[in-house]
Design a protein around this ligand. Sequence first.
Ligand SMILES: [Zn+2]
Length: 357
Amino acid sequence: MTRLSAATVTGVVASLTERGLVREAREAAGPPGIGRPHVPVDLASDAVVVGVHIAVPRTTVALLDLRGRIIAQRQDPHDGLDADTVLPALAGRIAALRRQHGARRRVIGLGVATGGWVDTANGTVVEHPFLGWRDVRVGAVLGEVTGLPVRVDSNSRALLRAEQLFGRAAGRVRQSAVHLFVGNVVDVAFAAGGVVHQGPRSAAGAVAHLPVEGCVEVCPCGRVGCLQAAVSERSLVRRALAAGLIDRPEIGALVDAAEAGLAAATALLQERARLVGRAAALLLDLFDPEVLVVAEAGANRLPDSLATLRAEVAARSSAGVEVTETVRASSFPGNVLAAAGGAVALHQVYAAPPASI
Ligand SMILES: [Zn+2]
């Protein structure tokens, strides 16, 4: 498959074994009568990464193995939103999770995903409007307290890497893909030929203020019609609370209510799916990707929401694509935040395995 010689593959495997990333498995019989017996190799099961996600209401800290499987995770609300409160609290939660679940495992990296404008090269959150952060050196601070190599990236780029590495359509995603993340923050990432576009300022993918027909909320930027103001979780949760549809301020509660058959909850999520579908149609026509992945709480869990989103894309896009094939929900429903942080670290491991672990 790699078009490399057997000798080269043996050399590469030896190097990966030295780094503790692969292990020899039990010997298996090779083809009868020729050569040495085959020695199967497998990914090392004790090598893990820490995945961190910083959202507006809470942080998520997870341990993931090399296959991107979540071993353990915890979510904690913020005690305060300023970076001087959030980052030390995060460091404590990372240490606690490592003590509880990482004692017999080797932690080889730390990945952080968050919304807003993230400069990956410098490990800096340039601007996160909802947290009120500007030029916060997340990578340097967490690297110092944990002693781990740290990489920081945006929600959408992180989740696009997760789809490339472990997603249900990974092969097609590696050809070309657009990822649309819809949480409190709305952002987009684009990849072609397996490479996620970063841009010279790490600023690609800002679609918060994309004008979309049917968006009627007033945006903090002063205009009416911006995508993020209409579909962000905080906007939806506020409306759901006001209408008495949920009793806790979480998007998950609204999806639970819709799943339990509450018609007004379903209607709110359907409206969101239509607006997100309009934005998705614009992105599809702009990039013509092999796959367009939408990480949105409703479409990820409710088949009707995904169907509405796809129908809106089909009606609005001029690309004439087969929407069931092209427009997909996230491969990580219920775990997008842990998957995002983990993928930032695992991308680094797979792209350039650390020399000594
Ligand atoms: Zn705006």
